[in-house]
Ligand binder design. Sequence first.
Ligand code: CTP
Ligand code: CA
Length: 221
Amino acid sequence: CTATEQPQILTGKTLTITAGPTREPLDPVRFISNHSSGKMGYALAQAALELGAKVNLISGPVTIKAPAGANLINIESAEQLLNESLTYAAHSDAFIGCAAVADYRAANVATQKMKKQGDELTLTLVKNPDVVAAVASLEQSRPYTVGFAAETQNVESYAKGKLKNKNLDMICANDVSKSGLGFNSDHNALTLYWHNQSLELPATSKTEIAHQVIEQLAKHL
Ligand code: CTP
Ligand code: CA
């Protein structure tokens, strides 16, 4: 069905969605990152736009095109992601943290290209801020806050732990041990958890599952 045929259940609502990987610089030519393609976050943005929402899409470096009509904000590091997220979240009805945030960054970023030296190199890393938890702890204008959890084991208990510890309203858990689903794939299967209920969304295209996630989210706005 086309955008115009879909019930505009998110008219008047603003969603801020984070997507893609972060890049944590080591020196002027190197960084630490991960395999996030951005596909899931971009599909969520597209679905929200089709249902009538205004969408801020805060994105790390990806190769796919932003959906037409999204307000695209490009970031690289987790700290940049945090700053933009706090700015936009305070003016949003919902925030979805779909970005694959690097958990650590270099303690010191070299100002010049690092030169090859001994046979081993030890890097000192420090923990990055937790973006979705920071949004969920906003005291004023806190949006309905949704996280993602990509797990390879104990999916339910880890996801429920993140829902609680990060003070989220909803979490979308993704079993990435299942081949062909999740990272870089065009397909995904998710289980949605709230504090008092859950819902399984069986494997389907990221486009379709994004619609299902946004429709569930819309019920709470
Ligand atoms: N997240 C975040 N900021 C971070 C790390 C994670 O906002 N520094 C968000 C992700 O965008 C996702 C959720 O937290 O919505 C869960 O991310 P995940 O990597 O699964 O959880 P972590 O808390 O980082 O725990 P771990 O990697 O040890 O499983
Ligand atoms: Ca992590």
